[in-house]
Design a protein around this ligand. Structure first.
Ligand code: UGA
Length: 443
């Protein structure tokens, strides 16, 4: 099939590359000339495992190209995928200005029947508005479809090529047939719905996953007080197939470009129809506070943080990405700076992006994890990068001024800690006894 993807952010780029991998002819359009040149030269502007190789292979095979010429791309395609951003407005609502702009361009350049498929996360009812914006500028027939995206950063290629399900929301039989054929090589699990339900499935899915995370984080806070171990609790819950084991990892809360934005947007969508989404508001509240447990634990161990050297391992909102949007590390580091701490930060790949969000003469950006920990009064693990799991903890403790470890992601187990001198704080797990016979703490 001949496909145009408009927008080369995470969703657009990964979808375009993966559809070309399935043998389709794909043109990716972006209005950012620099980005298009970069992609045409075979460089990927985001860090996403596996993406670059598949992209270059498909460009070489002549199935994938990049352009700023939207008119030409539209005229050469039967399916137009809208994958531009929907950032949050100050009130939490999704900003649809990019969507409207693209819809109007599509309307201006339509020259025969096409399927317009929206992959951007948009509030319920937006596809109807897109239909109106396009119709106001063309008499050519077209069909709308909402096909929400469920890929995760860091595993985007895998998630796209092996999805759990595909949701196709459309009112057109013709579009159902074509889009089923397009997605059939990926999965048999194709759910066809009306457009509004498809739009809602995306928000409800992200809101539910965010709810699972805030739920387990609250359970972890209670576990700390009653002496239970949240990782065993999650394991025991997860075997129940009605609950499921995934997204029950307690930590410092969710971040990224999706959950924070989409939960706020759904609260707003509900508010617009006079519905107070109390549960989701609490999920957001819990998430906002959870990250500051790291500071509370530091204070428990060190007292005042004024002048203390705090090492930070991990700045990205999760591992295998250089994305720092809404990363819990941002507010944690800002709060530490406010309290007079001196920061030594390290992340395998996200430092450059992070420095655009927070920078200060009180932060040293280190290029090695061990270097960041050297002479520190405490170390906080904020992202569960694999390399942090592989360090020799005895060696690490010896490098530090005080062996205090705040493990915000529960990456170390009792076996690893018990033979060290660390005063170790994790999330929702009972205190362990370390080599000095001292009970490590959770508060
Ligand atoms: C999320 C969804 O998982 C995707 O299905 C969706 O397509 C995407 O948003 C989107 O709307 O575009 P993503 O934000 O890339 O994907 O990352 P996740 O793996 O879902 O993690 C989000 C946050 O939750 C991270 O900060 C992670 O550390 C945190 N998390 C996740 C936990 O704290 N505990 C868990 O058990 C799982």
């Amino acid at each position: 099939m001949n496909i145009t993807v408009i927008g080369t952010g995470y969703v657009g780029l990964v979808s375009g590359v993966c559809f070309s991998e399935l043998g389709n002819n794909v043109i990716c359009v972006d209005n950012n000339v620099e980005k298009v040149n970069m992609l045409t030269d075979g460089h990927v502007p985001i860090y996403e495992p596996g993406l670059k190789d598949i992209m270059n292979a498909n460009m070489k095979a002549g199935r994938l190209s990049f352009t700023t010429n939207i008119q030409d791309a539209i005229s050469r395609s039967d399916i137009i995928i809208i994958a531009v951003g929907t950032p949050s407005l100050p009130n939490g609502e999704a900003n649809l200005s990019f969507i409207e702009l693209v819809a109007r361009e599509i309307g201006s350049y339509m020259d025969n029947y096409k399927i317009i498929m929206t992959k951007s996360t948009v509030p319920v009812g937006t596809n109807d508005r897109i239909q109106e914006w396009i119709s106001s500028l063309t008499n050519h027939p077209f069909d709308m479809a909402s096909v929400p995206e469920f890929l995760r950063e860091g595993t985007a290629v895998q998630d796209t090529l092996y999805p759990d399900r595909i949701v196709i929301g459309t009112h057109s039989e013709r579009a159902v047939a074509t889009l089923k054929e397009l997605h059939q090589p990926l999965t048999d699990q194709i759910i066809v719905t009306d457009i509004r339900s498809a739009e809602m499935i995306k928000y409800a899915s992200n809101a539910f996953l965010a709810t699972k995370i805030s739920f387990i984080n609250e359970i972890s806070n209670i576990c700390e007080k009653v002496g239970a171990d949240v990782s065993r609790v999650a394991e025991g819950m997860g075997y129940d197939r009605r609950i499921g084991a995934s997204f029950l990892k307690a930590g410092i809360g969710y971040g990224g470009s999706c959950f924070p934005k989409d939960t706020q947007a759904l609260i707003q969508i509900a508010g617009n129809v006079d519905y107070d989404f109390k549960l989701l508001k609490s999920v957001v509240e819990v998430n906002k506070d959870q990250r500051f447990n790291v500071i509370r634990k530091l204070e428990d161990a060190l007292g005042s943080l004024e002048g203390k050297e705090i090492a930070i391992w991990g700045l990205a909102f999760k591992p295998d990405t250089d994305d720092v949007r809404d990363a819990p590390a941002i507010e944690i580091i800002q709060r530490l700076l406010e309290q007079g701490a001196v920061i030594r930060a390290y992340d395998p790949i996200a430092t450059e992006n992070f420095r655009k969000e927070v920078d200060s003469p009180s932060i040293t950006w280190e290029e090695r994890a061990m270097k960041a920990a050297e002479g520190a009064d405490a170390l906080c693990v904020l992202t569960e990068w694999k390399e942090f799991m592989e360090v020799n903890l005895t060696d690490l403790a010896a490098h530090m001024n005080q062996p205090i470890l705040i493990d915000g992601r529960n990456i170390y187990g009792e076996d690893q800690i018990k033979d060290t001198s660390f005063q170790y704080y994790s999330v929702g797990r009972p205190g362990l006894t370390n080599i000095d016979g001292r009970k490590t703490a959770v508060i």
